[in-house]
Design a protein around this ligand. Structure first.
Ligand code: ADP
Ligand code: ADP
Length: 228
């Protein structure tokens, strides 16, 4: 069955309609890319699914639960999801290890078991030697790998990516998108990934949804969307 189901999602900022009745299904374990120009509502939709934004109308179901509707607003930390942002959003005063461990602490996992999971996750993204460093001591690509490790270590059911590669140069973007694809599929998490880069969408997506001015204009498999 479908893992995330969005129906009739609408959101206004004053007189601006950022989302105009969005329907979107994310199949369990699928990788969906939300593609569209700047200002089309991609971040608003993603933040609504994350629960950091409240909808004006419509519903969002997550597995068997209603997480957003007129009466319901499940808090972000209760949604079993993780986010990866364009600006990495690491805690500057925490080491790499502590940044990743933070995701487990929120899930009440501590002690040796947590320590082992953090270290093996950092090895997995090639940063085992950097676990005692601070974010400002790392390159942009390394920081985004820490953010990826932090997102995945807690084994979320859903991972939301908001233009995670936009601040990186072209070579690194290609390299990191492979890592994102591999790691996300290994965890079995459902993924929703925002980009305005068609080649990125083509490389990553099982499913593509094209957003324009708050409306889903086109939707289908990557092959069917990019054949034309
Ligand atoms: P995208 O992610 O596709 O660039 P956004 O979801 O960020 O688009 O924005 C959609 C529209 O809503 C844009 O016109 C943007 O300026 C507006 N918007 C987004 N967030 C806010 C906000 N907090 N207050 C007012 N307008 C906003
Ligand atoms: P993105 O880089 O994903 O397009 P933006 O730069 O559009 O993101 O938005 C960054 C932040 O600013 C978001 O929290 C968004 O809600 C807010 N924002 C975007 N557009 C507006 C706006 N027109 N007025 C107020 N806040 C906005």
């Amino acid at each position: 069955g479908h893992h995330v189901i969005v129906r009739g999602a609408s959101k206004r900022y004053g007189s601006l309609e950022a989302l105009c009745g969005i329907d979107l299904d994310l199949a369990a374990g699928s990788f969906t890319v939300l593609l569209g120009p700047s200002g089309s509502g991609k971040s608003t939709l993603l933040r609504s699914i994350a629960g950091v934004e409240k909808l004006d109308g419509g519903t969002i179901h997550f597995g068997p639960r209603t997480i957003s509707d007129r009466q319901t607003h499940v808090k972000p930390e209760k949604r079993a999801l993780a986010m990866v942002f364009q600006d990495y959003a690491l805690w500057p005063h925490l080491t790499v290890r502590q940044n990743v461990a933070y995701a487990l602490r929120r899930r009440r996992l501590g002690g040796q078991e947590a320590g082992r999971r953090v270290e093996s996750m950092l090895e997995r993204v090639g940063l085992g030697a950097k676990s005692g460093s601070y974010p400002h001591e790392l390159s942009g690509g390394q920081q985004q790998r820490v953010a990826l490790a932090r997102a995945i270590v807690g084994e979320p059911e859903l991972i939301l990516f908001d233009e995670p590669l936009s601040n990186l140069d072209a070579d690194l973007r290609e390299h990191l998108r492979l890592e994102i694809a591999t790691l996300t599929r290994e965890t079995g998490a459902t993924a929703l990934y925002i980009t305005h880069d068609q080649s990125e969408a083509f490389a990553l997506a099982d499913e593509v949804a094209i957003l324009n001015a708050g409306v889903i204009e086109q939707r289908g498999s990557a092959e069917s969307i990019f054949r034309h």
